[in-house]
Design a protein around this ligand. Structure first.
Ligand code: HEM
Length: 150
């Protein structure tokens, strides 16, 4: 159990910490210093590298999470309500990430059409905010849920 939980924690730290850095640190600095074409090119390349790590994080989260549920806790019926919430919200985060990778991100990466690339970045930014919020909510619910009497 210890190793699964450790991997689980490392995986979501990577994903949520990366979203926090991209949105609250990197984005405002690039907005302030760079004009759109260069800013969009840099963000496209930064996100492409980050997305590889998010795929790895998602793979580890789901495999360790399911292993904990079915291998350690004895199935969905046995786990605390906070784990059901974690699973549901993680599913939304995962689907939103897959949407970003396949729908808006290709426009940003190709940079063939500047207005479209800029629009794609706007969509990605909104989803980053949603996923960052969901990630923080999951952590709060899971950790506070453990100590709740419910
Ligand atoms: C971004 C997504 C996720 C976040 C932020 C997250 C967060 C957490 C946190 C904070 C814990 C508590 C660690 C501790 O005990 O100290 C935990 C444990 C756990 N997570 Fe997740 N998790 C995520 C995704 C998932 C998924 C997808 C699954 C299932 C498929 C899952 C299943 C579990 C299970 C079974 C535990 C152990 C609960 C226990 O033993 O009480 N998690 N997770």
């Amino acid at each position: 159990m210890g190793i699964l939980l450790t991997l689980h924690i490392l995986a979501f730290t990577l994903w949520i910490g990366g979203l926090f850095f991209a949105h609250l640190i990197l984005r405002p600095v690039l907005n302030q210093l760079l004009d759109p074409p260069l800013r969009l090119t840099i963000l496209g390349q930064v996100l492409q590298r980050f997305f590889h790590w998010i795929w790895i994080s998602i793979f580890i989260l789901w495999t360790t999470g399911l292993a904990l549920i079915f291998g350690y806790h004895g199935g969905m019926a046995e786990v605390h309500w906070s784990v059901h919430t974690m699973l549901t919200l993680s599913l939304i985060m995962t689907l939103l990430f897959i949407y970003v990778v396949f729908i808006p991100f290709p426009h940003l990466k190709s940079m063939a059409d500047l207005p479209k690339a800029s629009q794609a970045l706007g969509t990605i930014r909104k989803i980053v905010v949603i996923n960052l919020s969901l990630g923080i909510i999951i952590i709060l619910i899971t950790l506070l849920g453990k100590w709740s009497p419910l």
